[in-house]
Design a binder for this molecule. Structure first.
Ligand code: NAP
Length: 299
């Protein structure tokens, strides 16, 4: 029996917790900010329903669990960490299911680094209401090849999610960042992924990706030049109306993960002496846009 607590049951968190809850040997709990009764996920295969214990604040936590899964947006790390003191004991592992390449650095102020497992989630999903999610395509979850990564992958055995235990997790994380970083262009222009069919826009997207490739390589990732063209082709081939999550966040008036998806390229570029003018401009524009709409919460 594994005791699992998920902090941040939004699109990604609810989907993964619902799949975990289908296994009767898992005891699941959802640590919520906005309460709900149950989780229902429309997956590509079928609708799945789960009734994890709903915890509305750290005062509801009975004691430490085996696994804490964090699936808040990156900018809500400090809020998520308020649950840690009651949930984390000597045996607890903490999986961070967020975009970006700084999973460990983001949570190191709140929990010992060796307890943290970075996780990359490729799973198109959107929340339609608290506890209600539409999973639009198949899900892939990548973890580093180590004891914690293998144990995490084991939690999902029997689910249709594809669990990849990656020897080179660093490169996998930077590849995902190369896909996410140019999504900012859609968020700025308020145009879906088909905007990549415009040759001038496509070249700006490639420039953002090339900077990510250069900085990722300096950080030790193995990244091929052709990623820039492949990613733009991926945006062109996506359903013409598909909206990346940064674009969706801007439309909904929510804060955007600007720092986790573009700011990080600028910051780490500076560390390595690599110029990143396209990402710098992207961060400046998105920050100015979000200052107008949500009081300046941007990362
Ligand atoms: N959605 C996708 O398709 C997708 C795909 C791949 C990766 N990702 C990444 O996965 C991560 C999660 O994204 P998402 O789309 O699932 O976000 P989301 O739908 O906005 O969900 C975030 C959840 O965290 C909750 N939350 C925030 N602070 C909290 C706190 N202190 N305690 C408890 N819950 C808290 C929010 O509560 P409220 O209900 O009150 O807002 C919300 O339910 C992000 O890093 C994102 O970039 C997303």
């Amino acid at each position: 029996m594994s005791h699992i607590a998920l902090i941040g049951p939004g699109a990604i968190g609810s989907t993964l917790l619902a799949w975990l809850a289908q296994n009767p040997s898992h005891q699941t709990a959802a640590c919520v900010r906005t309460p709900f009764q149950s989780i229902e996920v429309e997956t590509p295969e079928k609708k799945i329903v789960a009734t994890p214990r709903i915890l509305t604040g750290p005062q509801d936590v009975a004691g430490p669990v085996d696994w804490v899964l964090v699936a808040t947006k990156a900018y809500d790390a400090a809020g998520a960490a308020q649950w840690f003191p009651k949930l984390i004991g000597p045996q607890t592992r903490v999986a961070i299911l967020q975009n970006g390449v700084e999973h460990v650095e983001r949570f190191a102020p709140f929990v010992a680094r060796e307890k943290i497992l970075p996780v990359i989630v490729d799973l198109p999903a959107e929340r339609t209401a608290p506890g209600r999610v539409r999973q639009r395509g198949r899900g892939k979850v990548t973890v580093p090849e180590n004891d914690a990564g293998r144990a995490f992958a084991e939690l999902f055995s029997g689910t249709p999610l594809e669990l990849i235990v990656a020897q080179d997790f660093l490169s996998a994380a930077w590849r995902k960042l190369c896909i996410n970083a140019p999504g900012a262009v859609s968020a700025i222009l308020l145009k879906p992924s088909s905007v990549a069919n415009d040759p001038v826009v496509a070249e700006s997207m490639r420039a953002i990706i090339r900077e990510a490739i250069a900085v990722g390589r300096a950080e030790g990732a193995t990244l091929e030049d052709k990623i820039a063209d492949d990613v733009v082709a991926g945006y062109r081939n996506a359903p013409p109306d598909s909206m990346n999550s940064m674009h969706a966040d801007r439309v909904a008036g929510r804060p955007m993960e600007i720092d986790a998806r573009n700011g990080v390229i600028v910051r780490l570029g500076r560390k390595h002496g690599i110029a990143t003018p396209y990402n710098e401009m992207t961060v400046a524009l998105l920050t100015a846009l979000s200052n107008n709409s949500n009081g300046g919460k941007t990362n």
